[in-house]
Design a protein around this ligand. Sequence first.
Ligand code: FMN
Length: 405
Amino acid sequence: MRIVVGVGGGIAAYKACALVRRFTETGHQVRVIPTESALQFVGKATFEALSGQPVSTSVFTDVPEVPHVRIGQEADLVVIAPATADLMARAAQGRADDLLTATLLTARCPVLFAPAMHTEMWEHPATVANVATLRAHGATVMEPASGRLTGTDTGPGRLPEPEEIFGLASLLLERPDALPRDLEGRRVIITAGGTREPLDPVRFLGNRSSGKQGYALARVAAQRGASVTLIAGNTVELAPPAAVDLVHITTAEQLATAVDKHAVGADAVIMAAAVADFRPTNVAAAKIKKGANEPDVIPLTKNPDILAGLVTARTEGRLGDTAIVGFAAETGDENGDVLTHARAKLARKGCDLLVVNAVGEGKAFEVDTNDGWLLGADGTESALDHGSKALLASRVLDALIPLLH
Ligand SMILES: Cc1cc2nc3c(=O)[nH]c(=O)nc-3n(C[C@H](O)[C@H](O)[C@H](O)COP(=O)(O)O)c2cc1C
């Protein structure tokens, strides 16, 4: 695909280099268009070497090729990272006073802005209005991350990590309409990753959940405008999604407590975490050793059923009108195939939607792609096509929207 990476004149311009690399490594053709200010931060030679393409900031370079029209027309995606306050102001006004803004006017492909600026600049009414205008024009403007800004300041306005920008850009390539702002004003709780049930100070019962699907849901929901709390168990090394409140837990009981605390009054709870059904009944204070006292069996105790508990809490009026989405990682067996087990689980748990994944043989766990089925309490069933976990997240959120009160 042809990707234009536009770079604004902010301190985070150096992170655009990692983004360009990510696109070229994955086989895309990249054209970098910095602004004149961006070249104060990163040299033209760096962008030329990384992209393998000439770099210019002006509409007056290479005039017979009419780059100010052609580059935008031919692009499959334009990503602006970092999008400075000034660059977004110029883009919102439809200015075309350099190659990048001219390209933005001629592009008819998805456009993704990844803003980066001080919190005061991000929250200024002028910037807020410009972001709204860009969104009204059809662009996706990411929520920035919170954290350390230039100098010692912290707050919202930090550029989301290049990997996160790359993930959302890839999602827009898979599905250009994956990020509407249809969750604005909604509070969504998402659980992710696997729980760990301790046996002794060094051992635990765990599972193979990587957390990637739950993180993708959190990321996509936040970028669709939701206020997201992500309750995460053990995950592979995943970067915290931008603009998401992250709560870490270890055991199923801690997960249940965190869900109880955050779910009350939420618009939706999405239970993507892989929760242990059982925990060791006794947790040894010291490491269990081989020898005379070694155990023959490890007694297990049933953990609380968090999904069923949420449905009961809603029925008893302790939750609110919260929509509840469950996940089922199933394998077929002698009693039935994946869908048969999943239908039974949906009926047993009483949630509104059940996302079903067939697991095993390198599917679902740890990998970056997923597929499955979506079962509704109203009897609807649809296939979730194979694609990135972000794509599956966007389809699940589409199905959630009509269930929100
Ligand atoms: C050291 C330094 C860091 C800057 N960082 C940012 C930034 O992160 N975000 C921003 O909006 N402006 C930042 N600015 C201000 C922009 O450089 C300035 O508004 C410029 O006109 C933006 O040009 P552009 O439209 O080409 O992005 C910074 C300026 C300096 C000197």
